[in-house]
Design a binder for this molecule. Structure first.
Ligand SMILES: Cc1cc2nc3c(=O)[nH]c(=O)nc-3n(C[C@H](O)[C@H](O)[C@H](O)COP(=O)(O)OP(=O)(O)OC[C@H]3O[C@@H](n4cnc5c(N)ncnc54)[C@H](O)[C@@H]3O)c2cc1C
Length: 381
């Protein structure tokens, strides 16, 4: 009898885990992968839609093209019982011998009053599609990019967006008529990397982009185009582009798996407090000193490999138990055709290390390889 492995969420982590189990344990496990969508999108590809470089259809990878070893179901998950590992969807019921929650982080626009009326977000596909129609009509004024809450996915992405917005305005010949301001609740752009923060601030200074640290927006006054700042004044804007507050999906919040806003896991093998129930990726919170592991696809990918190792070890007794090292590489476009690389390793060495390399033109090919190698492996059909 094959073991039933049930993976909830076909995002970065869920697809990597399903693919890997298909590669290593096809005869021992039946993998069911459930997602409410019928396609996957790499997070950073959304910025290409935002700036009109690509159409939405060009960045979608359809689940029908996943490996035949994965039993994919397009269904919306409605409840998760971690005690019994039973899951109810809008189309049926499932029970796994091993259950993995990989449902990511949702955007909570309602957490910031007024945002839905007069602000925009660039973290979802509908968000970037909407902004890609608005940006060409923006000719002058103040563009504010604001991080509305912590934690959020891919911490460098708002800074990359500001640099690309600068280039976009330059190309259109309107940069001199515009102001770009980036507001963040954090004291530096990337608190985990001094080097990365310094590089971002240097690039901002060279381009006349303003960084306002320690700014927490509490609400938006749409009629006056003003953002209210906690314990400070207000900030005026003509265009407001935000990273909304993040939270676990509602179905996860109701599951009993969440403690302190996110799912806590054993940081070594990523098992939750419920036996045979694991959680990977953005839906988890893994402490790193007084902070937490950043939310990024690169770490979700690594977490998936850890759980795949763990499952193989448990079922076959070969290899070694899963050991999460919190390592990963992220690539960031910094304008002018340059790409920077962040190499992080939070648990693999004596102390967390985060190396910020570049930006340089030569990392473009590395970034392409990062995405194409995964997409080709995940979607072979
Ligand atoms: C603009 C932007 C740029 C980024 N750039 C980078 C980058 O350069 N490098 C990097 O490493 N990361 C980057 N990221 C972050 C990266 O996309 C995420 O960290 C990563 O996708 C997390 O993977 P995950 O598997 O945890 O969740 P996700 O990939 O978010 O997958 C979760 C899945 O769960 C599904 N789901 C949720 N609720 C339900 C439900 N009730 N029923 C069924 N299905 C459900 C969703 O449809 C989704 O497919 C970026 C993100 C953004 C927004």
């Amino acid at each position: 009898m094959k073991k039933k492995v049930l993976i909830l969420g076909a995002g970065f982590g869920g697809i990597e885990l399903a693919t890997r189990l298909g590669e290593t344990l096809a005869n021992e496990v039946h993998v069911t992968l459930i997602d409410k969508n019928d396609y996957f999108i790499l997070g950073f590809a959304k910025l290409d839609v935002l700036f009109g470089r690509k159409k939405s259809d060009e960045i979608k990878s359809y689940y029908r093209n996943l490996s035949p070893s994965v039993d994919f179901r397009k269904e919306e998950i409605q409840s998760i019982d971690p005690e019994t590992r039973r899951v109810v969807t809008d189309a049926g019921n499932y029970e796994g011998d091993i259950l993995i929650v990989a449902l990511g982080a949702d955007l909570d626009l309602d957490a910031t009053p007024g945002l839905a009326q007069d602000g925009h977000e660039f973290y979802s596909l509908p968000g970037v599609e909407n902004l890609s129609r608005i940006l060409p009509t923006f000719r002058s004024g103040i563009a504010v990019i604001a991080i509305l809450g912590l934690p959020y996915k891919c911490p460098p992405a708002p800074f990359e967006t500001a640099l690309r917005l600068h280039d976009y305005f330059e190309e259109r010949g309107i940069r001199k008529n515009t102001t770009i301001r980036v507001l963040s609740p954090t004291p530096t752009p990337l608190p985990v990397s001094k080097e990365g923060s310094e590089t971002i601030l240097r690039l901002f200074t060279e381009r006349g982009i303003e960084f306002l640290p320690g700014y927490q927006i509490t609400s938006i006054d749409g009629s006056g185009h003003r953002a209210m700042i906690k314990e400070q004044d207000v900030i005026s804007y003509d265009l407001l582009m935000t990273v909304p507050v993040h939270r676990v999906p509602a179905v996860v919040a109701a599951s009993g798996l969440v403690q302190g806003g996110w799912i806590s896991v054993n940081p070594v093998n990523l098992e939750t407090r419920f036996p045979d129930v694991y959680a990977i990726g953005d839906v988890t919170k893994i402490p790193v000193g007084s902070a937490a592991l950043p939310k990024a696809g690169a770490f979700a990918d690594r977490a998936a490999r850890t759980v795949a190792d763990e499952i193989e070890y448990r079922i076959r007794g070969t290899g070694s138990p899963g050991r999460f090292d919190g390592s990963g590489t992220c690539y960031l476009e910094f304008g002018g055709g340059t790409v920077a690389k962040i190499e992080a390793n939070f648990f693999g060495g004596p102390a967390p290390s985060v190396r910020f390399i570049g930006p340089s033109r030569e990392f473009h090919a590395d970034k392409e390889e990062f995405s194409s190698s995964r997409l080709n492996r995940w979607f072979p059909k």
